[in-house]
Design a protein around this ligand. Structure first.
Ligand SMILES: [Zn+2]
Length: 96
């Protein structure tokens, strides 16, 4: 299984393609790479409501179930992840 093209959108921060999936843990949308990844630690599935759902694979249950595919969280592969608050770097002084 893999995401349908209607689920795939471009990342706003890099040229990568992602899918938004709701976490089964708390229902929050999480960006995952659109391309299934055998090294991913997430299992993504398409619900009967045609939304994508994502759950973490654990050591106890490391294999996706039938109908799920393995994916990487986009945070791990994004070329421009959200900037961390820098400390110790001052912005340039204003010039008049
Ligand atoms: Zn990205």
């Amino acid at each position: 299984m893999k995401p349908a093209s209607r689920h795939i959108v471009a990342c706003r921060r890099c040229p990568g393609l992602i899918c938004w999936a709701l976490t089964t843990a708390n229902g929050r949308p999480q960006p995952v790479d659109a391309t299934p990844n055998a090294l991913g630690n997430l299992a993504v599935s398409r619900g009967s409501d045609d939304l994508l759902y994502v759950r973490s694979l654990t050591k106890a249950h490391p294999e996706p179930r039938p109908g799920e595919w393995r994916a990487m969280p986009h945070h791990a592969t994004c070329a421009n992840p959200p900037a961390k608050r820098s400390t110790g770097v001052r912005s340039a002084p204003w010039k008049r």
